[in-house]
Ligand binder design. Structure first.
Ligand code: NDP
Ligand code: HSE
Length: 441
């Protein structure tokens, strides 16, 4: 049987997961592909690090460049993480004409334009299924499964760590820091977990999906991001009472021309922020480390993808699917997959967040005294924001009390202006907190 040799860089959570998965299911893949898959070498930083799955020392080296250069290596797999050395790893492999598989969404977000161009120039494919939503085959689905659709909406819970934290905070009243420690121990979190909790990992992933769905390179600087550090137990509890669950969502929405038309075509909202999701919506019930991506296409209608978004085995599953594609592409000499976006295409633009429209949950902390509600309502009215409901737990006159307001739709700019003025009210005791509400219409 023909053999394809892999050179892997990284033997940590995902790398050792891939090694173990090939040990477990390599024969199954060989029988399905008619090709033997062989891991020839694995580069790591230090040979004696503890690994989630053991890797024989005879396979390991600390010289990644030797793995890339090895003439017997047919496919290079980058699972080292980071953006500096990883960029050099991927570029050097592509420049030597070798196909590359990566799970590195931070790298693709920062250098995707350059790397996909290098792949095109060197007629070597770049595969990245594991970069978004762990084991869920969302890249292949958008790239191939939905190729005949205009994607109008995509909502994704794409960070397992944040979903794990928010779930445990809601179901068990757990503290943020304790749950984050656990997510790190389980191998879900990034080496720098602020990438997870501040929303940047979701930003990287949602940018990759937006480029694929809309065919133009979405610059990460144009993506609005908020993480989950500001979400409190009080917000989770009040949202629950109002019929909502708080989730960190990546949102990609094609905006009808009347809101954001420019000369080159329509605008697309691309953003990441915590959202109040109605309990009745399926995304409200995606819990723990699970991810889900909801995609609406003009032909297919609504679709939903659900699965583990992080962890060694689920992510290895996605890498194995890229290995299969790479092996078959080598066998049949396929030089090009559907490109992730059209280079230099200006057919779309990202909508500035100030122009994005949504409903809002606003939690204030105010003095419980006559007239407070009226002065808050006046500031919303001044900014053309309609109030749809008001909730205040019973307090003691003259003391601080939470005041929760749900609003009708308004642009983000109007909400920010209202919040700035509410903060300046003498009865306002703390920074008002706003979380957007999504109706999925
Ligand atoms: P780990 O930190 O667990 O593993 C990184 C591996 O890369 C380690 O084996 C490390 O060696 C090796 N490495 C780092 N720098 C070098 C270098 N210069 N030369 C050779 N080897 C090097 O990270 P993960 O496995 O969690 O993540 C890998 C990639 O996969 C990242 O891009 C991440 O974002 C992505 N990803 C992670 C998921 C997850 O669930 N963890 C899910 C989806 C994507 P050593 O072991 O000696 O330290
Ligand atoms: N840190 C990431 C997460 C890993 O928690 O989703 C998977 O990309």
């Amino acid at each position: 049987m023909q053999q394809v040799n892999l050179g892997m860089i990284g033997g940590g959570t995902v790398g050792s997961g891939v090694y173990h998965a090939l040990e477990q299911n390599g024969d199954l893949m060989a029988s399905r592909l008619g090709l033997q898959i062989n891991i020839l070498r694995i580069a790591v930083k230090a040979l004696n690090e503890p690994r989630p799955y053991a890797i024989p020392e005879s396979l390991m080296t600390t010289d990644w460049a030797a793995v890339v250069k090895d003439p017997k290596v047919d496919v290079v797999i980058e699972l080292a993480g980071g953006t500096t050395v990883a960029r050099a790893m991927v570029l050097s492999a592509l420049e030597s004409g070798k196909p590359v598989i990566t799970a590195n969404k931070a790298l693709l977000s920062a250098y995707g334009e350059e790397l996909f161009e290098a792949a095109r120039k060197n007629k070597a494919n770049l595969y990245y299924e594991a970069s978004v939503a762990g084991g869920i085959p969302i890249i292949k689905s958008l790239r191939e499964g939905f190729i005949g659709n205009r994607i109008t909406h995509l909502y994704g819970i794409v960070n397992g760590t944040c979903n794990y934290i928010l779930t445990r905070m809601k179901l068990e009243g757990a503290e943020f820091e304790t749950v984050l420690d656990e997510a790190q121990r389980l191998g879900y979190a990034e080496a720098d977990p602020s990438l997870d909790v501040d929303g940047y990992d979701s930003l990287h992933k949602i940018g990759i999906l937006a480029s694929l769905a809309h065919g133009f390179w979405v610059n990460p600087r144009d993506i609005y991001v908020e993480g989950i550090r500001q979400v409190t137990q009080a917000d989770i509890r009040f949202a629950n009472q109002l019929g909502y669950t708080i989730k960190l969502l990546g949102i990609i929405k094609r905006i009808p021309d009347r809101v954001g038309a420019n000369n080159n075509g329509s605008h697309v909202q691309v953003s990441v922020y915590p959202v109040l999701v109605p309990h009745s919506h399926v995304l409200a019930n995606v819990n723990n480390v699970f991810n889900a991506v909801f995609v609406r296409g003009d032909l297919v209608g609504d679709t939903l993808f659900y699965g583990r978004g992080a962890g060694k085995d689920a992510t290895a599953s996605a890498v194995l699917s890229d290995i299969a594609d790479a092996a078959l592409d080598l066998k049949f000499d396929t030089k090009c997959r559907v490109p992730p976006f059209v280079p230099h295409e200006k057919q779309g633009a990202v909508l500035p967040i100030d122009a994005a429209v949504s409903r809002y949950y606003v939690r204030m902390h105010v003095v419980d005294q006559p007239g407070v509600l009226a002065s808050v309502a006046a500031l919303f009215a001044e900014n053309h924001i309609g109030i749809s409901s008001v909730f205040q737990p019973e307090g003691h006159e003259g003391q601080g009390v939470p005041l929760v307001v749900m609003t009708h739709e308004a642009p983000n700019a109007a909400m920010h202006s209202a919040l700035a003025k509410i903060r300046q009210l003498p009865v306002s005791l703390a920074e008002p907190r706003m979380i957007r509400v999504e109706d999925f219409e």
